[in-house]
Design a protein around this ligand. Structure first.
Ligand code: G3I
Length: 300
């Protein structure tokens, strides 16, 4: 096929982009979005600070814009992210203990219930593991409410939206390393105890290299009985950009339970990074990396 989404669909996958409600009035942006992609993720609009700016007062206007953009285009919608240590509203940052735990679970319940039946997969918990060699949890106000906060969040999400796939999502997990192994052990534990988890998101914010165990890492999560999604792919521009994008695409296609890839923005000018990490340049032209991904999707 001739577009990313259609080519991925031929392989039983989706190819998505993170999008921003504030850019939907840009005609180049929406043209690329609607022609190339068949999944969307809100870059910021479904996060805690955006959806519950005051405790118990929910605002879904911008999240709904992303949802409706996706649904009207026949795309999957990934929900991102119910709980995260970053981008919490100020009121939540100042809570702790039981008050924070109750507020967090209520947040999961209310947001998942608002979008019930419409979301393909939720990032229920984002970035809860520490960088470096410990393989353990990151310190945060949520972690200080007790180590069981992650499973409590997954149970609440399942109760509120039984149809959505529930994912754990993180970065620096792009190969077999201490951090990804810590997450692997958590998923294995959840599966053994019946804690509802359906998928693992590997963000894949990449530099100039790709770990030689990238595909093996996807495979080991799949072997636990969860889907894997590449959730926030972007790659530093340089000699290897097109090759790294192709390697990620091939690795996902090689693992049956790797269900799709999302790039974290459309044009380089839409990215949170300043190293031109995306598939389209600032004018919306296809880059070599685009062609490389499309060819990898059409091979295989
Ligand atoms: O909307 C306000 C605007 O009103 C204000 O004038 C402006 C001034 O700074 O800030 C705007 O908000 C910014 C928001 O993006 C929307 O553009 C925030 O400051 C800025 O912090 C926020 O950055 C987002 C970042 O998450 C926050 O941590 C990025 O767009 C978003 O791409 C990034 O996404 C994360 C994923 O959620 C999780 N994984 C890592 C990834 C990259 O950091």
């Amino acid at each position: 096929a001739t577009t990313l989404g259609a080519s991925a669909a031929e392989k039983g996958r989706y190819f998505g982009a993170a999008i921003a409600a504030g850019r939907l009035g840009d005609s180049t942006y929406t043209r690329l979005l609607t022609t190339e992609f068949n999944s969307v993720t809100p870059e910021n609009e479904m996060k805690w600070d955006a959806t519950e700016p005051q405790q118990g007062r929910f605002t879904f206007t911008n999240g709904d814009r992303i949802l409706n953009q996706g649904l009207s285009n026949g795309s999957k919608v990934r929900g991102h992210a119910l709980l995260w240590h970053a981008q919490q509203p100020g009121w939540a940052q100042s809570l702790s203990g039981t008050a924070l735990r109750n507020a967090a679970i209520n947040h999961v319940t209310q947001v998942a219930a608002h979008y019930k039946g419409k979301i393909y997969a939720w990032d229920v918990v984002n970035e809860a593991f520490a960088d470096g060699g410990s393989g353990g949890r990151r310190d945060s106000n949520l972690q200080r409410t007790g180590n069981d906060w992650i499973e409590a969040a997954f149970r609440a999400a399942r109760a509120a939206d039984p149809a959505a796939k529930l994912c754990y999502n993180d970065y620096n997990t792009d190969g077999i390393n201490a951090k990804s192994t810590g997450i692997y052990n958590m998923v294995r534990d959840f599966k053994s105890r019946g804690v509802p988890i359906d998928c693992v998101g590997l963000q894949s914010h990449l530099g100039t290299t790709i770990d030689s165990s990238y595909q093996a890492n996807i495979q080991r999560f799949a072997d636990l009985g969860v889907d894997v999604q590449i959730t926030e792919l972007d790659v530093q521009q340089g000699g290897n950009q097109a090759n790294i994008y192709a390697a990620v695409t091939r690795a996902c296609l090689a693992v049956a339970r790797c269900t799709g890839i999302t790039v974290w923005g459309i044009r380089d000018s839409d990215s949170w990074r300043n190293d031109n990490p995306l598939l389209f340049d600032g004018s919306g032209n296809k880059k070599a990396a685009y062609t490389s991904v499309l060819n990898a999707l059409n091979a295989g």
